[in-house]
Design a protein around this ligand. Structure first.
Ligand SMILES: *Cc1c(COP(=O)(O)O)cnc(C)c1O
Length: 455
C-alpha cells in the first residue's frame, strides 16, 4: 500500500515528539544558561530545494537545542516564566496535529474546552457569576483587550457614541499604582489613552498601592491595580479599592498575570479578599498555571461590554455561533485555551492550590536561606517572588546574578526595587523541587563568596 501524505506527516510528528521527549530527559542535569556559539548555523542561505524533515529536526535538535534556556526545568528562577505541566504540553502536541482554529464553526471541540476552562477559572478565583472572558496570547494582550473595553464602556456611560471612537471623546482619568507592570502602561498606550496624565498612587513598604492615598474617584476614572507585584509578590488592597470604585462609578481593572492564582490557596487568599469587586481581571496560563506559551485570559464582569468593543461585524458569521473573536482582538487563532483545560483537569481543584502553596513554600525557604547568607529581603514573602540585596554592597548583586547564571546551576536576573539594586527570584515552575532550591542557594552562596567584597 502506498504511504499517504498524511502518513508522512504522522511520521514527522512522531520524530518531533521523540526529540522533544529526549530534550526533557536531559533537562534535569543540563546547564540552565544557553550555549549560543553555534547558533549561526540556524541561519543558512535559504536552500533552493527543500530539506527533508529529519535533516531539519537534526539541525533544530543539535544546534537549536543547545541554544535554548532550560527554563522548562526546575532550576530556572528568572522573571516569572513557569514551565509546562505534562498534560498541558501533551495537549499542545495533540492540538498541533488537530490544527484547529478556535471558533465554533471550525473547532467545536476546542471551543467547548476553552469555555469549560474559563468557567473553572471563574470558579477557582471566586469571581462573580456573570464574569466571562477570552483567551489571548498573554497578559499584555489581555490587559489591552480589557482597557479598550473599559475605555469604551466608560465613554458610553458618559453619553459618547461608540462609533465616534476617541474623536471628540471626553477625557478619561487613569489612576494607577506606582508599581503597576510596564506592560499595563504599554496597554494603556495601545488603547489610545495617554500615560502622561496618569495619577500615580504611591505604594507602601511591601509594594502595595496605598488606598489612603487614592485621589477622589469619579465615573470618568479607570483604576489600574495589580495582584502580584513582580518584585515582592504583594497584592493591592482590593477590598478598599473595590468599595471606592463602586461608590464613584469608576472601573477597577486588576492585572494578576501570575498572582491571581494565589486566590486558589486557602492560606494565601486572604490577601486577595475583595478581588471580586473589580470590573476586569487578567491572568496568565503560561506563568503560574504552567501551560506552554502563549496563553493568557481576559475576564470581565460585563462580558457584553467586551463584546461591544471586540465583536466583528462580518455578515457571513452566523450570529449564534460561539466565537471567541467576539471578545478578543484576534480573529483566527490557535486553540490555546485547550492547554489550560488540560492543565486544570490534570491538577484538579486541590492540585492547583497545592502547586500555588508549593511555590510559596519554596519562596519562603529561599528568602530564609538568603537572609542566613547575609542578604536582606526587604519584604514579606507574599507569594512566589523574592527580591534580595546585599545591604553593604548592592552593586555586588549584579555580579552575583551573573556568576550564578554562568555557572549553569540556576538562573535568575538582577533587578531594582524602590531604588535599591539587587536580584529577583521567582518560583513558578511546576517541576521545581527541594533539591533544585538547594542547588540555587548553594550557587548563590558560592557566588557571594567569590564576588562580594567583604564588608
Ligand atoms: C508577565 C506579566 C505581565 C505581562 O504578561 P505577558 O503574558 O508576558 O504578556 C503583566 N503583568 C505582570 C504582573 C506580569 O508578571
Amino acid at each position: 500500500m502506498q504511504t499517504s501524505l498524511l502518513d508522512l506527516q504522522a511520521e514527522a510528528f512522531s520524530s518531533g515528539a521523540d526529540r522533544g521527549a529526549r530534550y526533557l530527559r536531559t533537562l534535569k542535569e543540563r546547564q540552565v544558561n544557553p550555549d549560543v556559539h553555534r547558533l549561526g548555523a540556524l541561519a543558512p542561505d535559504l536552500p533552493d530545494n527543500g530539506l527533508d524533515v529529519e535533516a531539519i529536526l537534526d539541525l533544530m535538535e543539535t544546534v537549536g537545542g543547545e541554544g535554548t534556556v532550560a527554563s522548562a526545568a526546575g532550576r530556572y528562577f528568572g522573571y516569572v516564566i513557569g514551565g509546562a505541566l505534562p498534560a498541558a504540553s501533551a495537549a499542545r502536541a495533540l492540538l498541533s496535529a488537530w490544527d484547529q482554529t478556535a471558533d465554533d464553526l471550525t473547532g467545536p471541540s476546542v471551543i467547548r474546552m476553552e469555555e469549560a476552562a474559563i468557567s473553572w477559572i471563574r470558579d477557582l478565583l471566586a469571581l462573580p457569576a456573570e464574569t466571562d472572558g477570552a483567551f489571548t496570547t498573554g497578559a499584555t494582550m489581555a490587559n489591552m483587550t480589557l482597557l479598550v473595553t473599559a475605555r469604551d464602556a466608560l465613554l458610553a456611560r458618559l453619553g459618547h457614541q461608540r462609533g465616534d471612537g476617541l474623536f471628540g471623546a471626553p477625557k478619561l482619568r487613569i489612576v494607577a499604582s506606582a508599581e503597576i507592570h510596564a506592560t499595563v502602561l504599554k496597554s494603556v498606550r495601545m488603547a489610545g489613552l495617554g500615560t502622561k496624565d496618569i495619577e500615580w498612587v504611591p505604594t507602601d513598604e511591601e509594594g502595595r498601592m496605598r488606598a489612603d492615598s487614592l485621589p477622589e474617584l469619579d465615573e470618568r476614572t479607570l483604576v489600574l491595580a495589580q495582584a502580584g507585584n513582580v518584585c515582592t509578590g504583594a497584592f493591592d488592597p482590593f477590598d478598599e479599592l473595590g468599595e471606592r470604585c463602586r461608590q464613584a462609578g469608576a472601573w477597577l481593572h486588576v492585572d494578576g498575570a501570575f498572582g491571581l492564582w494565589a486566590r486558589t490557596s486557602p492560606s494565601l487568599n486572604v490577601a486577595l479578599s475583595g478581588l471580586e469587586k473589580a470590573d476586569s481581571w487578567v491572568v496568565d496560563s503560561h506563568k503560574t498555571l504552567n501551560t506552554p506559551y502563549d496563553s493568557g485570559l481576559a475576564m470581565c464582569r460585563h462580558p457584553e461590554e467586551m463584546q461591544a468593543s471586540m465583536a466583528i461585524g462580518a455578515a457571513y458569521l452566523p450570529e449564534t455561533a460561539a466565537n471567541p473573536a467576539m471578545r478578543a482582538p484576534e480573529f483566527s487563532r490557535s486553540a490555546r485555551g485547550a492547554e489550560t483545560w488540560a492543565a486544570l483537569l490534570s491538577l484538579g481543584r486541590t492540585g492547583v492550590a497545592e502547586m500555588v502553596d508549593r511555590f510559596h513554600g519554596h519562596a519562603v525557604r529561599i528568602a530564609r536561606d538568603l537572609r542566613g547568607l547575609g542578604f536582606e529581603v526587604p519584604h514579606q514573602v507574599h507569594f512566589n517572588q523574592v527580591f534580595a540585596t546585599l545591604p553593604d554592597d548592592e552593586e555586588a548583586c549584579a555580579r552575583i546574578a551573573e556568576h550564578v547564571q554562568s555557572s549553569g546551576e540556576a538562573w535568575f536576573g538582577q533587578a531594582s526595587w524602590k531604588g535599591r539594586k539587587g536580584f529577583r527570584i521567582s518560583v513558578s515552575n511546576w517541576s521545581t523541587r527541594q533539591d533544585d532550591v538547594d542547588r540555587l542557594v548553594a550557587a548563590v552562596e558560592r557566588a557571594k563568596d567569590e564576588v562580594a567584597v567583604p564588608a
